[in-house]
Design a protein around this ligand. Structure first.
Ligand SMILES: NC(=O)c1ccc[n+]([C@@H]2O[C@H](COP(=O)([O-])OP(=O)(O)OC[C@H]3O[C@@H](n4cnc5c(N)ncnc54)[C@H](O)[C@@H]3O)[C@@H](O)[C@H]2O)c1
Length: 573
């Protein structure tokens, strides 16, 4: 049997039908100049054109180009083949990661990685944190033909045609999961000129320069873009991530009225028939009945499994759209374009999707990660003030539980944050999402550390519940809950009194409540029952997330009724 016709190994067939690969980049020349502020890394198997295309991209951007293999060869005064032969592959990978770290610290440039550079466990986080990772992909037959019988490829040296193709397939299968972590992928075949591929990449790098971070969940990793006036890039982002099917925008009627012009922008790219479905706004419409209307709409427009949903709303619509995507035809893709501060920093990241049930909030749902999130601060301009300020509570929370320097930044920029300064919003969103992403990637399905995200929430949920969800917005209740949690923390000697003062002062300055309305008292018994029913409770015993310093927190159990009684006094005026 001709080895070139042998069936592809499983991983390789995954790569061959790789969803992220853009098959036919449009051959057009990018004319706009772009000020590169971070590196552009090229990854892909050998002979996919990383060096040639990388150099063309560098030339178009007017920045230096580095080939990591050449860089190592120059430093070590040996060829890569010689290093391999003398020291072995493991030693070479260590040399490679050192080179990579060194290049990270250089001024922005285009860098072609080696075919196996991403194999080192530190490589992907290092590369991702310093720029955009572009993947090039080619079919094994094309790679084999390009490599030919050249002896310069240590892993293929001396092999005949058939064995070489087999070896390429085998290596590709083993590395497919690494190349799949590229921010976006472009196919480098022989039908499209290298110039056209380079132009296409330069075109995509503009919008991709707004990537704030990647939520690292292996093959379910996804980018978060943050900035002002970036929502119009959505169709471009979607295409670069392999979403070529029909897009359906799901929004709510308030967002449609306030931000409908964004959808008109998307129509320029996706066509005037772009389907738009609008829910009635509000938590009371986060139900299975409302969801069923969306399912009917999707079936009527005959959305197939290649189609995807665009959640263009706050957390209510985002949770519902994500859940619809998790269920529709057993699961389709969705993207998040959050329109409230709370949804930008919290609900759009992490993959928790749900609707409410008369017997409990968020009780019917699924974990389903989006393909991307765009946090465009300009969308918040039309958000009612109280809704905006409410979103700040979760942001202060991230500082308290995980990031002391971010907390200090919030203290120094409280006025700008409260007054919706666009750059302050971008900074807050980026840091908050990084915090949430780090927690989510450690504990995707909430079995451990993710519980820390609930600082202030046990008290807050109890307050929301005993006031029948009518008096406080979620963030307001969380802010009040954080004040109670701080008091409990100090009572238990976990936190210094001055940290309690720092937190409460920041909450106040940023525009959040730290006291109940004058004369209002918390019904201790009802609140205690709610705390014991909270999802963090174990066997009916309340557990609380308590700060241990600014920047760290822990889950504490065995808290007594009398302690909680005392903690509530912190918010009673
Ligand atoms: N999935 C998660 O991890 C997670 C985390 C936190 C909260 N949530 C959920 O999020 C929901 C709350 O989300 P929310 O606070 O964003 O509320 P929301 O979606 O109800 O939005 C608040 C209000 O603002 C309006 N609005 C939204 N964007 C606007 C804009 N740009 N201009 C004008 N008006 C706008 C909405 O129509 C609504 O009336 C809750 O259901 C909660 O359970 C989920």
């Amino acid at each position: 049997m001709d080895p070139s016709k042998s069936p592809a190994p499983r991983n390789l067939s995954l790569l061959a039908s790789f969803k992220n690969v853009e098959p036919n980049p449009n051959p057009f020349r990018e004319t706009k100049s772009m000020n590169l502020t971070r590196h552009v890394w090229f990854t892909g198997f050998m002979a996919t054109g990383k060096s040639r295309i990388g150099a063309m991209v560098a030339e178009r951007l007017g920045v230096p180009f580095e080939d990591i293999d050449h860089w190592i060869e120059a430093r070590h005064r040996k060829t890569v083949s010689e290093i391999f032969a003398e020291q072995g592959e493991a030693a070479f990978r260590e040399i490679e990661i050192e080179a990579l770290r060194h290049l990270c610290a250089e001024s922005p440039r285009v860098i072609a990685l080696g075919g196996g550079s991403l194999m080192h466990p530190d490589a992907i986080p290092t590369v991702r944190s310093s720029g955009t990772l572009v993947g090039l992909w080619a079919r094994p037959e094309i790679i084999s033909a390009r490599v030919g019988r050249k002896e310069t490829r240590p892993l293929l040296a001396g092999l005949d045609t058939g064995t070489r193709l087999d070896k390429i397939r085998q290596l590709l299968a083993g590395r497919a999961h690494l190349y799949a972590q590229a921010d976006f992928q472009i196919e480098s075949n022989d039908e499209i000129s290298r110039e056209a591929i380079a132009d296409r990449i330069v075109h995509l790098l503009g919008p991709w320069s707004h990537k704030a971070l990647t939520v690292p969940l292996e093959e379910r990793s996804y980018p978060i873009f943050a900035g002002h006036d970036i929502a119009h890039h959505l169709p471009e982002y979607c295409r670069s991530l392999g979403l070529f099917g029909k897009a359906v925008v799901v929004t709510d009627k308030n967002v449609l009225a306030a931000q409908g012009s964004v959808i008109e922008d998307w129509k320029r790219s996706w066509g005037p028939d772009l389907p738009v479905f609008a829910f009635e706004p509000g938590e009371e419409h986060k139900t299975l009945q409302d969801l069923e209307r969306l399912f009917t709409f999707l079936l009527e427009i005959k959305l197939d499994r290649k189609g995807f949903l665009v959640a263009f709303s706050g957390g209510v619509g985002g949770d519902m759209t994500g859940f619809a995507a998790a269920c529709y035809q057993r699961g389709i893709e969705f993207v998040q374009v959050p329109t409230t501060l709370l949804s930008m920093v919290d609900s759009s990241v992490g993959g928790k999707t749900a609707v409410d049930h008369p017997l409990g909030k968020n009780m019917i749902g699924a974990f389903h990660q989006p393909k991307l999130v765009i946090a465009d601060s300009r969308l918040l301009v039309t958000l009612p003030k109280r809704e905006y300020l409410s979103g700040l509570a979760e942001i202060v929370k991230y500082g308290v539980i995980r990031d002391a320097s971010f907390f200090a930044w919030l203290e120094g920029n409280a006025d700008a944050c409260r007054d919706r300064d666009l750059e302050a919003i971008r900074h807050m969103v980026t840091h908050s999402c990084a915090c949430k992403a780090a927690v989510v990637s450690e504990d995707e399905e909430e079995n451990g550390v993710r519980a820390l995200l609930n600082l202030g929430h046990t008290f807050g949920h109890a307050l929301e519940s005993i006031t029948s969800y009518g008096q406080f917005l979620h963030g307001e209740a969380v802010a009040l809950g954080m004040v109670c949690a701080a008091r409990l923390s100090v009572m238990r000697k976990l936190w210094k009194p001055q940290d309690e003062i720092r937190q409460n002062t920041l909450l106040e300055r940023i525009g959040l409540p730290t006291k109940l309305p004058l004369g209002m008292r918390v019904d201790r018994q009802a609140a205690w029952e709610m705390c014991s029913r909270d999802k963090k409770a174990r066997h009916g015993a309340a557990r609380f997330v308590l700060a241990t310093s600014i920047g760290s927190a822990e889950v504490v159990s065995g808290v007594k009724f009398e302690e909680v009684d005392e903690a509530w006094k912190a918010i009673e005026a």
